[in-house]
Design a protein around this ligand. Structure first.
Ligand SMILES: Cc1cc2nc3c(=O)[nH]c(=O)nc-3n(C[C@H](O)[C@H](O)[C@H](O)COP(=O)(O)O)c2cc1C
Length: 174
């Protein structure tokens, strides 16, 4: 079978969500690669029913965070310098599958380039709710699109994470 370990496999097996970020912005070229990898995700009929917006405007992110938490010190996205919102067209049959696939491609690409990430449900939940509509509009996300995944990106302040465990018995063979 040859060598079954390579950079992709190692990156997937070693990734952990990052919850403490440096304040410096991520490398612009690395970001382009990450976003491109998102677009390369498999998707139903190649409809690409996603809207992807990368937000690096700190003022906007802080304002959004405050709208969610009413706290200017804590941050639902851990003060990450970049947040990517992946929204899906509710009228498309497979948007709920396609958007997370794009997200995972970005997360793995980022990890391989030394950039940490964390999916933040607080952000997507808020933007999909009544109170988040103003912010969704400000981001130019179409009304009929659901914010499926919000991902915080940045350089981790922690070099090695203790990985969360996985239950191998969730895999069955027949
Ligand atoms: C749908 C979804 C929502 C999540 N929302 C949050 C969140 O709001 N805040 C957070 O810190 N982590 C969030 N996470 C990250 C998970 O907690 C994390 O992936 C899980 O504990 C496994 O850890 P690992 O990513 O380090 O392997 C979310 C992950 C997913 C897939």
């Amino acid at each position: 079978m040859g060598n079954l370990s390579n950079l992709v496999v190692e990156t997937i097996l070693n990734r952990s969500s990052v919850r403490s970020y440096r304040s410096d912005q991520i490398d612009e070229q690395a970001l382009s690669v990450i976003l491109k990898c998102g677009l390369r995700a498999p998707n139903g009929w190649n409809h690409q029913p996603w809207d992807i917006i990368c937000v690096q405007d700190k003022t906007f992110l802080d304002e959004l965070n405050f709208a969610i938490t009413s706290d200017s010190n804590g941050s639902v996205f851990y003060h990450a310098p970049t947040v990517v919102f992946i929204s899906g067209d509710r009228n498309d049959e497979y948007y709920a599958t396609d958007c997370p696939l794009a997200a995972e491609n970005m997360i793995i690409a980022a990890a391989s380039l030394g950039i940490g990430s964390c999916i933040i449900a607080y952000l997507s939940n808020f933007l999909n709710g009544q109170l988040g509509q103003t912010y969704k509009k400000k981001l130019g996300i179409p009304e009929n699109y659901e914010v499926c995944v919000a991902i915080a990106f940045g350089y981790s302040t922690i070099s090695a994470y203790l990985q969360s465990s996985r239950n191998e018995s969730k895999i069955r063979k027949y």
